[in-house]
Design a protein. Sequence first.
Lengths: 102, 102
Amino acid sequence: MNKPKTHIFVCTSSRPNGQQKGHCHTKNGVEIMMKFVEEIEERELGGEVFVTNTGCFGICEKGPIVVVYPDNIWYGSVSVNDVEEIMEEHIEGGTPVKRLEI
Amino acid sequence: MNKPKTHIFVCTSSRPNGQQKGHCHTKNGVEIMMKFVEEIEERELGGEVFVTNTGCFGICEKGPIVVVYPDNIWYGSVSVNDVEEIMEEHIEGGTPVKRLEI
């Protein structure tokens, strides 16, 4: 299969019991994920950058959480407005956004 | 924060719209995830190996899907019975389980 060069995981507070409930969901986790989807499409990076919604990472107080692999970079308190900067600086530019790192 | 050495992502078909529905969910995605949680606890790897449930990876026909980062190893058609082998051979032993790779 065609593996991603970069894989962005966004917490949408999706619980394994089927509920979607929690801090990241309340704080626009779904909108953040959808903004990444949009940005990836606009930048035509669909073949190499994947985005996936997740359940809880266990650090809710630092949410909304975004994790980028294989870099192992963890972002906290992410807002929809931060997505463009993460895409520009980190995903395309290769330099993580320090101010959002946890 | 304490970042994981290895992060296991298990598709539980958690859709961003709050539904949990799809191939991996039907084929025991939740049970596979819970088995990883158990195995990590039993092996006392909680500090370095994380497991997180996810939404769809877009390759449903190959599911249930398990992805291991930062290794970028993708497993398909995973069953609950495969979890112990993945833990033993790959997560602890460092050698991915070839027969499950996609």
